[in-house]
Design a protein around this ligand. Structure first.
Ligand SMILES: Nc1ncnc2c1ncn2[C@@H]1O[C@H](COP(=O)(O)OP(=O)(O)OP(=O)(O)O)[C@@H](O)[C@H]1O
Length: 930
């Protein structure tokens, strides 16, 4: 190396020093000053670890004030370069290399290679896999739905896939109690966040469910929500501080908090237990008003309720109005539409079920609307009742039918495979001090008094001892729950815990967790009515109604704590009651009148409204003939109403909520995708970065930061051991293990870590391949087409590729097909660092020349990539826009904003794709040594 004062060099051993200037040279020594680090080094001139930095024509260089210049030419002035440069305004001037900024971009592949700062093969391989896997993931049809730790339950995936594809979805998730609305919401949130469609999410739930949501979002979806209590919510700009916020809906009563949340923008708002949002034409609850205001500030809205219609058509309408105020803007109109649909429902059922549809039914279906497509499809059916024609007509009706696109409801009867519910009743004699007309007679006495005399207490103790199994006890009042728990724990020595509104949220959660602990936990949990909503207690198989609720929907909610996904046994519903009292009347009315213990009850609200008066009279008279009559009448009405509901069953809604074959296909495709799990990829990353890995059990490993960790920022790895598994079943059994899928933040984090930094972007590999001439050199390049667009524009879906690979030999021949990544991997040889450096140094000019050839080949592909991507984007988005536009002309359920959002997305995509550039991602020198 011939040194001259004023030349610029990098230290190949201390790259962090920046670009140095030679300050002294003699025949043995060279001194160099690094201005960025204010450090000085002296080296023997024949062995200095220095790499000369020179720029080529066309390169962009930066001066000390960060101004950028393009190199037009360069001359050598006694060993020191004078660059001839052009600035942003087009002015040109000479620029001695001394003026170049001291901080150089050391991460660019070519600069790193030229500076001799090179990585081994495994790093290049990791980078290449990161590019390929990121592309595979982002283009997967179910991107965003594959990572969560949940079992692949078809009806949930059907809904999530349908909803998550929409920009800013606004829907009502109304599956029956315990079928997984929270899970469906979680899937939608996860997908919207991963695809960049949403960034800011607000979840509003009842107080008692805050912790459960927090844990479900974290454990199942890897989503870290910030829980806002009153104090936090009142901080200045509280809602701007976090992207994912979980809050109790009772805090909206505080005006300052509501205002603060309203001053922020939200992409998606989720409201659980939305049946609490009471609305009628004459009275609007504050809860409804709060959500209405917030929902106007959020682009997307998910409302969750298990009882959308049972609580009255008005309430149902009001919730639909929140979702789409323009479409559902008149209760009267809504009622008329519902009635009209009811009239035609039996014809639709016939279309779906019968092998031959009657002419009369086809007429009725055609008369549903004056939509020409519908008329054509019905005509086609009249001509030929083929399965193809039938399917087209049904699909058209699903797309066009009233609430189809905004409402999703799965029922146990449609999904099947749920355990049985078994009533175990126990008649008891009423204590003399109790009145006959109260469902909760104990509330009239002092707590220490009633617990001593109430036979339900002894009954409970006996049941506890007999079953030796978990028992969930629910009663209406917090005072009853508290006194009962005190008594059973302190006087009877039972292992119990309580859950009621008198406890703080933390105490409630602790109590629920104590009950959930299968080894050490409480055998008995006593809840007031607040425990009957939303909570997951399906690990228990016995529920005791210490008293009965006064509304059948509450009974359904109570049973729903056990009768939910994950329940493995039949559910025993224990009902103690005092004979000759209101308790017996309700027990009989629920059981014999509504069959509400044995089946999910959809008729409860209608029938209690009809029979409340008679029930009250029976309670006063306690006349057995009158009670028999009430029960029989109710049972008859119930059967009729059920038949009517069955006839008027919204089969289109059912098909909209789950089409079994399509749902199974989604699940199978996800299974196929995850068949190739990220284990191999992560093993390479663990090896490269120095993460320790030890086998735990089948498909499960314990990982931990190794002593030689290359970075402090390896995602999810700390000094504490973490157990990871790649197996979904195992992850479902053990929520304390991390479930590593391609969507897990650790895996996507590794891809980001590698691709956002220099790791593996300049590499050297020695191979031994006897079919190639010995000593030949090849340059491998990886380029990617880069579009500058937000993730939300979804441009990445349309790019034909994310990596362009070329391998060019020293004599400019294309070896891409022969020297594949796999081939190189299999033929690689060990080589010392010193030798690698020597080859790079001595062959720099040749390497540069071949690199230029590879680069120009990559660049030639740019115009093809742009036109292919634009074509793909236009085709896909036009299809969607046209579909929605044509639907909108006949179905007012389609929101104009959805169409506008797609049109904006298309425009943004096409523009971004037009500006696509080719970026060098990595370069590797390959030498065949054999
Ligand atoms: N696909 C799934 N994988 C694993 N667990 C699931 C799945 N679906 C539901 N569960 C579990 O089943 C239970 C019921 O689900 P979830 O809470 O989502 O139902 P829900 O319809 O919201 O209930 P509720 O009507 O009571 O609010 C929960 O414990 C949930 O974690």
């Amino acid at each position: 190396m011939s040194f001259s004062v004023g030349q610029r060099y990098l230290s190949t051993t201390e790259l962090e020093l920046g670009l140095g200037i030679i300050t002294q040279v003699d025949h043995r020594m060279v001194e160099i000053f690094f201005p960025a680090a204010e450090e000085r080094r002296t080296y023997a001139s024949n062995n200095a670890p220095l790499s000369r930095i020179s720029y080529k024509i066309g390169d962009v260089i930066t001066d000390r004030d960060s101004n950028e210049y393009k190199v037009l030419d360069l001359t050598d002035n006694n060993g020191v370069y004078i660059y001839f440069v052009e600035d942003a305004s087009g002015e040109t001037r000479p620029m001695p290399e001394l003026e170049i900024g001291d901080q150089v971009a050391l991460n660019a592949p070519w600069e790193r290679l030229a500076a001799g700062n090179i990585d081994g093969s495994q790093w290049f391989h990791l980078r290449y896999r990161s590019l390929l896997e990121r592309e595979r993931l982002e283009q997967a049809p179910y991107y965003g739905l594959m990572g969560p730790r949940i079992s692949l339950t078809p009806h949930q995936y059907f809904i999530a896939n349908n909803v998550a594809k929409r920009p800013a979805p606004r829907v009502l998730l109304a599956d029956e109690v315990g079928l997984g609305k929270t899970i469906e919401a979680g899937l939608i949130i996860h997908q919207q966040l991963m695809t960049g469609r949403a960034g800011r999410v607000l979840i509003s739930v009842p107080d008692t469910l805050v912790h459960q949501w927090l844990v479900e979002m974290l454990r199942k979806f890897n989503l870290h929500f910030s829980v806002y209590d009153k104090e936090r919510a009142l901080e200045a700009d509280a809602f701007e501080q976090n992207q994912l916020v979980l809050i109790s809906n009772k805090l909206w009563h505080d005006e300052a908090i509501l205002e603060s949340a309203l001053s922020a923008d939200w992409d998606l708002m989720v409201v659980d237990e939305a049946h609490h949002l009471h609305w009628s034409e004459t009275e609007v609850s504050p809860e409804y008003e709060h959500v209405q205001k917030l929902s106007q500030k959020s682009a997307g809205l998910l409302l969750l309720t298990a009882t959308p219609e049972q609580l009255g058509l008005e309430g149902h309408y009001a919730r639909l109005h929140l979702l789409d105020p323009q479409r559902f803007d008149s209760l009267e109109q809504f009622k008329t539409q519902e009635e009209r649909y009811f009239e035609v429902s039996s014809s639709i059922n016939e279309l779906i079920d019968a092998s031959e549809v009657s002419a009369e039914s086809l007429d009725k279906i055609q008369a549903m609307s004056d939509d020409q497509i519908l008329a054509d499809l019905v005509d086609a059916m009249r001509e030929q009742q083929s399965s193809d024609n039938k399917e087209k007509l049904i699909n058209h009706l699903i797309d066009h039918h009233g609430t189809g696109r905004v409402l999703f409801r799965n029922t146990r009867s449609a999904i099947k495979g749920f355990p049985q519910r078994v009533l175990v009743e126990k008649a008891l004699e009423k204590p003399g001090l109790y009145s006959t007309f109260k469902l909760t007679p104990e509330t009239e006495l002092e707590s220490d008094q009633w617990a001593e005399i109430d036979p339900r207490v002894d009954y409970l103790v006996a049941l506890y001892k007999e079953l030796k199994d978990k028992l969930l006890v629910i009663c209406q009042n917090a005072e009853t729950a508290l006194a009962l728990e005190d008594h059973l724990r302190l006087r009877e020595g039972l292992k119990t815990t309580a859950f009621h509104e008198g406890m703080t949220i933390i105490e409630q959660d602790r109590s629920a967790a104590y009950f959930a602990d299968l080894e050490e936990g409480a055998q008995l949990l006593i809840c007031s009515e607040i425990g009957s909503e939303g909570r997951n207690f399906q690990f228990a198989h016995h529920i005791v109604m210490f008293d009965l609720p006064s509304h059948p929907d509450l009974l359904e909610q109570r049973i729903g704590r056990l009768d939910r996904i994950g329940q493995t046994e039949d559910i025993k519903i224990h009902v103690p009651f005092f004979t000759g009292t209101v308790q017996e009347i309700y027990k009989r009315w629920y059981d014999e009148g509504l069959s509400a213990f044995s089946q999910a009850c959809a008729t409860g609200d209608a029938l209690i409204q009809k029979y409340q008066e008679e029930l009250n009279q029976c309670i006063i008279s306690i006349d057995s003939a009158q009670i028999d009559n009430l029960v029989n009448e109710t049972a008859k009405d119930n059967a009729e109403l059920k038949a009517k509901i069955e006839n008027g069953r919204d089969r289109l809604l059912e098909l909209n909520s789950c089409q079994p074959i399509a749902a199974l296909n989604i699940v199978h495709e996800i299974e196929d995708f995850e068949f190739d799990d990220p284990k191999k990829f992560m093993d390479t990353a663990f090896n490269c970065f120095g993460v320790d890995r030890e086998r735990h059990s089948e498909n499960t490993w314990v990982i931990q930061a190794g002593e030689q960790m290359l970075t402090d920022h390896f995602p999810g790895v700390t000094d504490e051991a973490t157990t990871v598994t790649y197996d979904r079943e195992r992850a479902l059994e053990r929520e304390d293990f991390q479930f590593l899928t391609w969507e897990h933040p650790m895996v996507t984090g590794v891809m980001d870590l590698v691709l956002d930094h220099h790791y593996g972007n300049a590499a050297f590999t020695l191979i031994k391949d006897q079919r190639l001439p010995a000593g030949t050199l090849y340059i491998e390049t990886l380029h990617s087409p880069i579009v500058q667009a937000s993730k939300a524009s979804q441009c990445y879906r349309f790019m034909p590729t994310s990596v362009i690979r070329h391998v060019v030999s020293h004599d400019n021949k294309d070896f891409t097909q022969y020297l594949t990544d796999q081939h190189i991997h299999e033929h690689r040889q060990k080589i010392s660092k010193a030798l690698r450096h020597e080859v790079i140094k001595s062959q720099k000019d040749l390497i540069y020349k071949v690199f230029q050839v590879a680069e120009s080949q990559a660049k030639k592909k740019l115009s093809g990539i742009i036109s292919e991507a634009q074509q793909k984007a236009t085709q896909a988005l036009d299809l969607e826009i046209n579909r929605l536009t044509s639907l909108k002309s006949i179905n007012p359920n389609i929101r104009q904003e959805e169409i506008d959002a797609l049109a904006t997305q298309k425009e943004a995509c096409l523009e971004a794709i037009q500006g696509c550039q080719i970026k060098l991602e990595a370069i590797r020198v390959i030498v065949n040594g054999s």
